[in-house]
Design a binder for this molecule. Structure first.
Ligand code: DBV
Length: 257
């Protein structure tokens, strides 16, 4: 039984979805910001299909939780559950460009081959010290503490590097109890610490000039265009929900700037 979601801030409730506690932690942290629903059309609020074979079909659900606040243009969580085939929480906070803020990005992915986990506060303009320094000086010590407790995720594409911070936490973990224990003891508190830091920096941010805002917006567009173009979930979502729905979802919901 699935519960009909009407607003983008209605609770996501996908039976068996493993990343639910992370989304719950995030929503709890956003509560005090008096968030409003972010408009998401019905066909993207919750979509159900089947994957697997005809003889062994696996139900797939993709749900979107989204809100906006004074300083955040869009906060959105893409929640994908396909049983043992895939479980994903992709969570991004897109700041309003009138505030000098990075993006918050979390990619928590479970595939049959293992878990793949990414956390970062990603800059809109990496080469601009006024934009990055105050974030990186706070983030890097947090990053170093968690990084030392996780295996390194391996090389990432060269072309992606302009969009990462030096606090990019990136790991791959095995399925089973070993991975599950690290997710609970390290990845979950790391996720919350990154988010708490982000919300603290955002709380202090003050409105910038129109000129400054225009240049931040340009940087945000480059970032968003890159993410939309290179979305690593494109293949998976297309298999689950078809290409028309997936392209519309990527461009009009996930990376809609
Ligand atoms: N990634 C997204 C969205 C997803 C999603 C919107 C709706 O940006 C899921 C879901 N990421 C997703 C999936 C995979 C990855 C991989 C399903 C596995 C793809 C596969 O192996 O088939 C971090 N995510 C990755 C990879 C990186 C990131 C580096 C590996 C890419 C590769 O191997 O080609 N995603 C990347 C990143 C952020 C992010 C840095 C922000 C913190 O969200």
């Amino acid at each position: 039984m699935t519960i009909q979601r009407i607003k983008s801030t209605d609770p996501v409730n996908i039976p068996g979805w493993s990343w639910q506690p992370f989304l719950d932690d995030a929503v709890t942290r956003l509560q005090s910001l008096n968030y409003q629903p972010y408009p998401v059309s019905d066909r993207f609020l919750q979509r159900e299909d089947q994957t697997g074979s005809k003889s062994k079909p696996v139900p797939v659900t993709t749900a979107t939780w989204a809100c906006k606040t004074e300083k955040f243009r869009q906060v959105r969580a893409a929640c994908v559950c396909a049983g043992s085939a895939a479980s994903v929480l992709n969570f991004v906070i897109n700041p309003d460009s009138s505030f000098d803020l990075p993006f918050f990005g979390g990619d928590l992915v479970t595939l049959p081959s293992g878990h793949l986990l990414a956390l970062d506060l990603q800059p809109a303009i990496k080469t601009d010290e006024a934009h990055t320094n105050h974030v990186w000086s706070r983030l890097v010590p947090i990053f170093e503490r968690w990084r030392d407790q996780l295996p390194y995720g391996g090389p990432i594409p060269e072309e992606a590097k302009p969009f990462f911070s030096p606090g990019f936490l990136w790991t791959r973990l095995p399925l089973g109890t070993e991975g599950d224990d690290l997710i609970e003891s390290i990845v979950r508190p790391a996720f919350n610490e990154y988010l708490d830091l982000y919300l603290e920096i955002a709380a202090k941010a003050e409105r910038v000039s129109t000129e400054r805002s225009d240049s931040l917006l340009k940087g945000q567009r480059k970032y968003t265009d890159y993410r939309a173009e290179k979305d690593p979930a494109r293949g998976m979502l297309t298999r689950f929900h078809g290409s028309e729905w997936t392209e519309a979802y990527i461009h009009s919901v996930l990376f809609d700037l």
